[in-house]
Design a protein around this ligand. Structure first.
Ligand SMILES: [Zn+2]
Length: 176
């Protein structure tokens, strides 16, 4: 059932029926994902299990795969591994979230309506590093590659007055 993740579901029903979902979701279909990550494409494997614990609707979410982010050093694509297992209490309002036992992570599904794609997207956003970087040594800033050659630039700047002076002297010394 392709695209089955993108519809609003009733949280209570999901919890009561202990619903389970397993699907590969295209990264581009995750709402709120940074545009460079979405544009790089690919898909993630998601396993979602719902249930109830201490009266709260619970979602166990496991993600496997990788997304492509932009390396902030060399500006090339860098694979960010998504290997997450989370348990969230799915609450229907902010006051409900306050009632959740300390240490539980919560996910707000307004009016008890849950979009599986949005839930997966939230997990991906949490797992994405604020600054994505390659770990290999070949990763260099594009500016650094060009900065190595024209290092003479500032030196030239400093000697120019003398060069100008020499030019003036030479010009003045030249017989008319
Ligand atoms: Zn890089």
């Amino acid at each position: 059932m392709p695209g089955g993740w993108s519809k609003l579901r009733d949280v209570r029903k999901l919890a009561e029926t202990r619903a389970e979902f397993e699907f590969d979701i295209p990264v581009a279909e995750l709402p709120g994902i940074p545009s460079d990550v979405a544009a790089a494409g690919g898909s993630l494997h998601a396993l979602l299990r719902f249930g109830r614990e201490q009266g709260f609707a619970i979602a166990d979410i496991a993600l496997r795969g990788a997304v492509q982010a932009l390396c902030q050093r060399c500006t090339q694509a860098v694979a960010v591994s998504m290997d997450t297992d989370s348990r969230l209490a799915v609450v229907e309002s902010e006051p409900d979230a306050d009632a959740v036992p300390a240490g539980w992570d919560t996910y707000l599904a307004l009016e008890g309506r849950l979009d599986l794609a949005a839930l997966v997207a939230e997990e991906v956003l949490l797992a994405l590093p604020i600054v994505a970087l390659h770990e290999h040594a070949a990763c260099r800033p594009p500016a650094a590659a060009t900065a190595e050659e024209p290092q003479a630039e500032p030196v030239e700047e400093r000697t120019r007055p003398f060069a100008d002076l020499r030019a003036l002297l030479e010009r003045g010394a030249k017989p008319k």
